[in-house]
Design a protein around this ligand. Structure first.
Ligand code: ADP
Length: 258
């Protein structure tokens, strides 16, 4: 009976998916599922810092006569969590806006130095102050058609990650190259690297390689999802490859305007 029931359900599932595919509903069903997962993950990420802040505030209220100075630890933890919430909600807004295509993109003809230089500057000092080496080797000047602010945001995400995931004495490098009719800029580091099975997944929303390893870095796994979205609206391509002997290279490929 069990086998027959299973078989009947399997046939029904097959028939339903056939009809959904026929009327072109499968992508819609898939995107509903993705949306639900996204909302679940977002709610989960929002709940954790909120619970910590709630706990700290309730604890402070149990001893209302204490001086502010005695509560410094609780206040500082709460402030850290508020900052995390702030950056998380900002990232969620960026993703939600680009999902609903309400963000107006400001495409213009431009050369790489006009969008690569500004974001790189502040990282020079940050990287050097952390006893890491920063090398820049940008030599090409093709004409590209893009939203400069968006590409700057993308570069900040990649440089920020390279800095976060590269230990002291490591090297972070940015260089560019031409690949046929494409322009590529590469952010290379000698950090922890990304194993093969994670190379695609790290661009998914909320995906983090090793949650325990990364808890101190303060992220939520949204940076690369935003990076990918930015590259996609520019009809480009982003991927990660190994930087031998250790570390990773994030390659951004953009079409050239002829
Ligand atoms: P976050 O850094 O906030 O966790 P991201 O979406 O920017 O989120 O990155 C997703 C995951 O990809 C990170 O948690 C990390 O495990 C991995 N990752 C990103 N950049 C690097 C890098 N340069 N080196 C090693 N791992 C990285």
């Amino acid at each position: 009976i069990l086998i027959v029931t299973f078989f009947i359900f399997w046939i029904i599932a097959l028939v339903i998916s056939y009809f959904l595919a026929k009327i072109n509903m499968l992508p819609i069903v898939k995107s509903w599922k993705q949306q639900t997962e996204f909302v679940n993950d977002a709610a989960h990420e929002l709940r954790t810092p909120l619970t910590i802040i709630q706990g700290k505030l309730e604890y402070m209220l149990t001893k209302p006569n204490k001086k502010i100075i005695d509560e410094a630890e609780a206040i500082s933890v709460s402030l850290d969590e508020v900052n995390r919430l702030n950056s998380l909600t900002n990232n969620l807004l960026v993703l939600a806006r680009s999902d609903s295509a309400t963000t107006k993109l400001n495409f213009e003809l431009t050369k790489p130095d006009f969008f690569l230089k500004d974001p790189i500057e502040p990282f020079k000092d940050i990287i050097n102050s952390q006893s890491k080496v920063f090398q820049i080797n940008l030599i090409h000047r093709p004409t590209l058609y893009l939203d400069r602010d968006k590409i700057k945001q993308l570069l900040i995400i990649l440089l920020d990650n390279a800095t976060k995931y590269t230990p002291k004495n490591g090297t972070i490098k940015i260089y560019d190259q031409m690949e046929g009719s494409k322009y590529q800029f590469v952010i290379s580091d000698t950090g922890v690297g990304v194993v093969d099975k994670d190379k695609n997944k790290i661009f998914d929303r909320f995906y983090r390689v090793d949650k325990s390893r990364n808890t101190n870095s303060g992220g939520h796994g949204l940076g690369l999802a935003i990076a990918k979205q930015i590259v996609t609206v520019h009809k480009g391509h982003i991927y990660v490859r190994n930087n031998l002997p250790h570390g990773s290279e994030f390659v951004v490929e953009l079409p050239i305007k002829h």
